[in-house]
Ligand binder design. Structure first.
Ligand code: PLP
Length: 352
């Protein structure tokens, strides 16, 4: 096989990044292990417990339970599944702001729950009043986003937790992307700040682990019982994951990245990424573009379709929000030099 993987040189649209060298090395070492079969692969199983405990440190959960999922989609789907299993006979609903990731749409279809999508406010955060109005006694889950995919926004997490409690629903926070930058901000986003039941935090995004490494954390271990199925042919008696066989690469890579980077390395990376985002936003504004203020390291700017297409043509891997703005995600591989080169191309395409 001669094909080479994509280089990260011009990738500005991905929520994922180049794995840290120690994370890459650990992934390769544990590639052929299967944490789905702990009786046969005890070492990687032990590592998974360590991964969960370390993810708990990041998300403010002292006695963490959960597992390393294939990504944010699986973690979000499993959170919906826990909530649905807890609902009585009725067909439950899930209340989510429109900034919620499309993985919840998949979850709603697969699990046959009604998804009530409520508007966001002028700053792209969940509109609390709209969430309050949508939630009722048939609501099994309220979703809050801590670091939205399109604008990097953080919903009012403690208040959303209260709305969930008021209707006796579970509360899930999707910090798949934001989880490794939010600890270095003043945002209230995790178990320590609010009554959160389940939380998604993905090592394979800002956590600099190798794909596939998502994280599902639960506040109370018994919530995982809602997912458990019997596993007759394995040495262990039950399994809570959605996938059966899964590579230990993500598990090992998560532990290696956290061992290396939590908290100092991630803090330094957050500072660099945020400074890059603010610099890019300022430069784009100076060129005359409308820019959505980057409250986390993600810049959205109103760039015309011909300019966007010319930039793609020039090799830049960029994408757009649902309303058509250009998005640049300042992940760890996105350096100031890359952004300077990108900006030079934008400037050339900007009418004087
Ligand atoms: N949640 C958020 C906020 C995301 O940004 C993403 C992906 O970008 C996901 C969930 C889904 O994660 P994955 O693609 O790893 O399944």
């Amino acid at each position: 096989m001669r094909a080479e993987p994509q280089s990260f040189d011009r990738v500005l649209s991905s929520m994922c990044t180049e794995p840290h060298p120690v994370a890459r090395e650990a992934a390769v070492r544990f590639l052929a292990t299967n944490p789905g079969d702990p009786g046969t692969y005890p070492q990687v199983s032990e590592l998974e417990r360590e991964a969960v405990s370390r993810l708990g440190d990041v998300a403010g959960l002292a006695e963490a339970s959960g597992y390393v999922a294939s990504g944010g989609t699986e973690a979000n789907l499993q959170a919906v599944r826990i909530a649905r299993e807890r609902a009585d006979d009725h067909r439950p609903n899930v209340v989510m702001p429109e900034s919620g990731h499309f993985s919840f749409r998949k979850a709603a279809t697969v699990l046959e729950v009604d998804l009530r999508v409520v508007p966001t406010d002028d700053d792209h955060r969940a509109d609390l009043e709209a969430v309050r109005q949508a939630a009722d006694e048939e609501t099994a889950l309220v979703v809050g986003v801590a670091g939205s995919t399109e604008y990097g926004r953080v919903d009012p997490i403690p208040e959303l937790g209260e709305v969930a409690r008021a209707v006796d629903a579970l509360f899930h926070v999707d910090a798949a992307w934001g989880g490794f930058v939010l600890p270095f901000t003043d945002y209230e986003w995790n178990f320590a700040h609010a009554s959160v039941d389940t939380l998604t935090i993905d090592p394979h995004k800002m956590g600099q682990a190798a794909v596939p490494a998502g994280g599902l954390l639960v506040q109370d271990e018994t919530l995982l019982d809602e997912l458990a199925v019997d596993t007759p042919y394995l040495e262990t008696t039950s399994q809570a994951t959605l996938t059966g066989t899964r590579s230990g690469a993500g598990v090992a890579s998560t532990v290696a990245a956290l061992e290396e980077l939590w908290p100092g390395g991630y803090a330094a990376q957050y500072e660099r990424s945020q400074a890059n985002a603010e610099w890019l936003a300022g430069e784009l504004e100076a060129l005359g573009y409308d820019v959505v203020e980057p409250t986390l390291p993600l810049v959205a700017a109103d760039v015309s379709t011909p300019t966007f297409e010319a930039l793609r043509e020039a090799g830049w891997r960029i994408s757009r929000t649902g309303s058509g703005e250009l998005r640049v995600v300042c992940t760890p591989h996105v350096t100031r030099a890359m952004l300077e080169a990108f900006l030079a191309d934008v400037a050339e395409l900007t009418p004087q």
